[in-house]
Every structure is written in C-alpha cells, then in structure tokens.
Design a protein around this ligand. Structure first.
Ligand code: SF4
Ligand code: F3S
Ligand code: FES
Length: 248
C-alpha cells in the first residue's frame, strides 16, 4: 500500500536556508530515511544527509522530525498519519554544514577532554575479577551509539550557545560517571566533573534520557549518582577537612 506523503525538508547551509515542500511516495514498512533517499533519487539529488548503517547502530542519521530529535532510520512512517505533513530539520544545537548535515565536532572535542581509564599501575594480568554488577553498570553506558541526540536536546546548550565551553553535555558526563564508578579507576573524577565539565549546569530535566534511542537511563544511572558523589565529597566533614588542609 502506497500513498503520496507531504514533507517539509530544511535546505541550506551555514549562511542561509529554509523549509522546502516535497510530495514523496511512501510505501508500507518504510522509515523516514527511506523517504529522504527517495527524495534524493527523484527530486533533490544534491540533498545532503549523513547516514551509514540504516539499523540504528552507527548514530549518524540524527535529525529532528516534527521538532523531535530522532534517528531518521529508526522512525517508522507508520507513526504518522497519511494526511500529516512531516517536517525534517537538522539538529538545532550544532552548526549546519549543509541541509540535514551538522558539524558535531563539539562532541569530539568534549570526548578528548575526558581523561582515559586509569587502572592501578602495578596491577598484573588476571589479578582482578570484576563483579557482575560492575560489569552490568558499564555495559548500560557502553550501549551508547554516539548519535548525540542527548547532547542536541539538553537545554543547557540547546538554548545557550555560550555554555558550550563549560558544559560537556550528558553523553560525556555519563562517560565520566562510568569511569568514576569503575572499581579499578584510580582518578578522582568528581571535582573534574563539577569544575571542568559543568555537572552543576544539569538540573535533571531528563530530556536527554527521553530521546536516547538506546534507552540508557542517563539521568538516573549516571548524572544523579555523579551529583551525589560530588555532594558527598563536599559535605563529608572528613573530606572537607582534608580539602582545607591540603588545598592547592
Ligand atoms: Fe545517543 Fe543515548 Fe549515546 Fe546520547 S547516550 S549519544 S542519546 S545513544
Ligand atoms: Fe540536560 Fe539531561 Fe541534565 S537534558 S539538564 S543533562 S538531565
Ligand atoms: Fe546508522 Fe541511522 S543510519 S543509526
């Protein structure tokens, strides 16, 4: 069963752009990325879109559909009515390169700023066995496909460009939490999370969690435990005394 669907697709570059109207054939079982590909094949051969796997695993095809951050390849056309006009726009938080492609290099910069896993220096091979609950905690965070939908959604940078310098966003605060809770990591990441990565900007709106296609509980399992650790450190009288005595 096919029908003609109405679409508005943002076209332009970093200087100007706007929504263009298209009528495109829609077939049963298709996803929005199929429509974008048909649009390229039939009416707009120069339409720029980033994608790779078409299976929800590479994180490349992030965009906004009717204003909601989503993966183009995992959004079924069947969730819309045949009469509905579907609007496809690039991620709003990152600079447009062209059409639906944005420059997400902010995220790679923030990734580079997180110090890597630091196990004890003298630990030999096979000397430590991870507990199952520690393995499971890491595994949840490692489902991340780096689609950056959470980064795009968080109001701290979506509505405030000026915060990008001091806020690393939910994806990278989650990475810091993963390392902080790793039983073998020797770095103290609480101070870094607060002072260098802007954990304090997060006011737990949970919008990041809502848009995560991997259903990672970013707020409950990473950001809130991290905030609790920061608070423990700040208000623990022994830690507080130590900080006063050994303040740099
Ligand atoms: Fe995407 Fe979820 Fe990873 Fe954020 S945490 S980048 S929403 S997969
Ligand atoms: Fe932003 Fe998620 Fe916190 S959306 S405010 S990082 S809970
Ligand atoms: Fe890979 Fe959509 S194309 S996640």
């Amino acid at each position: 069963m096919s029908y003609k669907g109405n679409f508005k697709v943002w076209r332009g570059d970093d200087t100007s752009g706007g929504l263009e109207d298209f009528v495109v054939e829609v077939n049963e079982g298709e996803v929005v990325l199929d429509i974008i590909h048909r649009l390229q094949a039939t009416q707009a051969p120069d339409l720029a879109v980033r994608w790779n796997c078409k299976a929800g695993k590479c994180g490349s095809c992030s965009a906004e559909i009717n204003g909601m951050p989503r993966l183009l390849c995992m959004t079924r056309m069947s969730v819309f009515t045949e009469q509905e006009t579907i609007t496809v726009t690039p991620l709003r938080t990152f600079p447009v390169v062209r059409d639906l492609v944005t420059d997400v290099s902010y995220n790679y910069q923030k990734a580079r700023e997180v110090p890597s896993f630091t196990p004890p220096e003298n630990l030999g091979l096979g000397e430590y066995r991870m507990k199952q609950r520690d393995v499971e905690r890491s595994q949840e965070f490692r489902k991340c496909i780096e689609c950056f939908l959470c980064q795009n959604t968080c109001h701290v940078i979506r509505d405030h460009e000026e915060n990008k310098e001091s806020f690393s966003g939910p994806r990278f605060l989650m990475r810091i939490a993963e390392l902080e809770m790793h039983p073998l990591d020797t770095e103290d990441r609480t101070r870094d999370a607060q002072d260098e990565h802007g954990l304090g900007y997060c006011n737990i709106t949970k919008c990041c969690t809502e848009v995560c296609p991997e259903h990672i509980k970013i707020t409950d399992n990473a950001l809130i435990p991290m905030k609790e650790r920061v608070a423990d450190r700040k208000y623990d009288p022994i830690v507080w005394l130590g900080n006063q005595l050994f303040r740099r």
